[in-house]
Design a protein around this ligand. Sequence first.
Ligand SMILES: *Cc1c(COP(=O)(O)O)cnc(C)c1O
Length: 233
Amino acid sequence: MSIAENVKAVKENIAAAALRCGRSPDEIKLVAATKMNDAERVRQAIAAGVDICGENRVQELQEKYAQGTYEGCPLHFIGHLQKNKVKYIVGKVGLIHSVDSVALASEINKRAAALGIVQDILLEVNIGAEPAKSGFAPGELSSAPDMLADFGSIRVLGLMAIPPICEKSEENRVYFRRMKQLFIDIGQKKYDNVFMQLLSMGMSADYEVAVEEGANLVRVGTGIFGARNYALK
Ligand SMILES: *Cc1c(COP(=O)(O)O)cnc(C)c1O
């Protein structure tokens, strides 16, 4: 299947999942997880109608950015972000999905302030409490927004999660459901600079379940581009 055919199929699946639970398909945006796909392939996905491009690695983003790859399409950062790389992406991406600590949020705030902009971010939640994964522990999330309220150059627009790898997509439903509950709980508390509008969850293996549980940003790589060839890098 071509990239264009894959994008069409993924969008149809998203729409069907939305309709199954009484949501409007328009509420859900498809983020193409573009890692390890070159400018040409990313352009094909954009032409086929993905809503957003999501990059994982700062260097790869910079290379493709310089080539004009993302023109006409919003760009997000979705990968693990080191503090010393923050300066390369603040102001370049519309949203950073993967803010996993107050220290990282503070660095983003500092850079955004220097540029005179407000950078939109999501807080990454380690919803499966996996030791090897980054993200705020669900229990930490109640105190994080208080600490972020003083950062006037960032705006927290929601939450993001990468649940444990599962064999069947149904196994992650419980995590998606917990994310939705955290999203609602935090939204009800009305912190400064914190607006629970975006819930980024679901990847190729489980995005339909994520949509059924309330995701409005799904990040799909393999389902659009096919399997990544890690041997090339
Ligand atoms: C690679 C990646 C995805 C997409 O993964 P697939 O399983 O290929 O769809 C989504 N989110 C993040 C953060 C990723 O790194």
